[in-house]
Design a protein around this ligand. Structure first.
Ligand SMILES: [Zn+2]
Ligand SMILES: [Zn+2]
Length: 80
């Protein structure tokens, strides 16, 4: 058995609402997919997470089309 992220594997969608305007946000994918183009600051952030929450959580970037704002959501990995 292994823990996988249901969003990354297309099993189902998890909807988040924007904290500011309450609009449905769009899943922009796992944060690790952004590593290539992001700054060293965020790379540090990711390696920090790898020591803690990231083992059983997959960090996704959600985007609010109303506020043009990104948010991080921690998606729980499930056993399959
Ligand atoms: Zn994921
Ligand atoms: Zn919003």
């Amino acid at each position: 058995m292994r823990n996988i992220c249901p969003l990354c594997n297309g099993l189902y969608e998890i909807k988040y609402k924007c904290k500011i305007c309450n609009s449905p946000m769009e899943d922009k994918g796992a944060k690790v997919n952004y590593m290539d183009s992001y700054s060293p600051y965020l790379l540090d952030d990711i390696s920090h997470l790898a020591d803690g929450v990231a083992r059983d959580k997959c960090v996704h970037i959600y985007y609010c089309p109303q506020c043009h704002r990104n948010a991080q959501c921690f998606i729980e990995r499930k056993e399959f």
